[in-house]
Design a protein around this ligand. Sequence first.
Ligand code: NIG
Ligand code: FE
Length: 396
Amino acid sequence: MKQVFTGIAELYTPRERLERAAFAVQDGRFVWVGAEDSLPEEYRGWPRTDLGGRGAVPGLVDAHTHLVYGGDRLGEYLKRARGERYEAILAAGGGIYSTVRATALASEEELYQLAKARAALFLAQGVTSLEVKSGYGLLPEAELKMLRVIRRLGETLPQRVFPTLLAHVVPKGWEREKYVEMFCQELIPEVARSGLAEAVDVFCDQGAFTLEETRQILGAALSHGLKIKVHAEQIAHTGATKLAAGLGALSADHLEQSTPADWQALAKSGTVGTVLPGASVILRKPFPDVRAMWDAGVRVAIATDHNPGSSPLYSPWLGMQLTVSLGRLSVEEALVAHTENAALALGRPDLGRVEVGAWADFVVVDSGSALEALYRWGHTPLHAVYVGGAPVFSPI
Ligand code: NIG
Ligand code: FE
């Protein structure tokens, strides 16, 4: 499959900006990128798609989502808006636990249909790669049920799907030690054996897992050849970021309470620091100092953290805009954070960029300006979305 795309008024690769650009795609990957008037002879006879003088950016990568769940938490959202605290609701057996109950009541088919509909909304926003976590099952069979749903999403969605096993909270009625032991000695080996997840994540925080428990779970994941990541420093400062950096984790996510010493550890290790503007703003937490993090040398990614509780966010564009306004990134940096850097948080430098050798996942913006969708708030003018050089979405 050979194809040339021309008529790109402005292209962000995302680090570079090209005017009147073109690219050639073969077997799903970019094989040439440059100025249209310098298109080499060898590509001139290939089938052409003219993008009509529009802008283009890499397909967005959402490296942190909890897309599979039953029920909703609208009632909790209303309570929190009146001042009730997320932490107190969780401690009283609501919050994450209420989604665990609703997820247990849903069949595998229902969970699949719900998640598929959500993924379609993400595709319409230009999200071409999605990480999806388990974590609302807790019990071994319920976690495996979620992971099977995620596997089916990966087999059927137009997007690329990256499955993660999440140690979220200790289920009611379990002794903590017994649960961590089961997670490390049964669940992780089973998931590694069956290939149901690529990575293991731990919610290391007040009300969830301690630093020591996190160390045990991540150690078990590494010993089974799985990648690791953490929910770090969201509610309390636990030291999870430094632990993650020291173990070579893909990413440390949330980071509301992170410190300059944490950023140094991330910068040194190359572990991506993923900020989740939806969760920060919706839970009314301090917005992480993303500017300082970036300047300290951290590879910063932005993700939606889509979930029914702390972040019912469906728009990666809004996430980038919030990070520009509240985290003081430039607009161009925010785009890098939701494409190239987010792909690094999945361990995939061949995604999230328009570059020779990378997979041809890109978004055509319905404007001559590639950054138009970041400029307009609450309206995302997209013309088409491509995965591996094939069109997978266009608005009617
Ligand atoms: O990333 N922080 C922990 N886990 C999720 C929230 C899940 C929930 O509230 O249901 C998060 O914010
Ligand atoms: Fe999360």
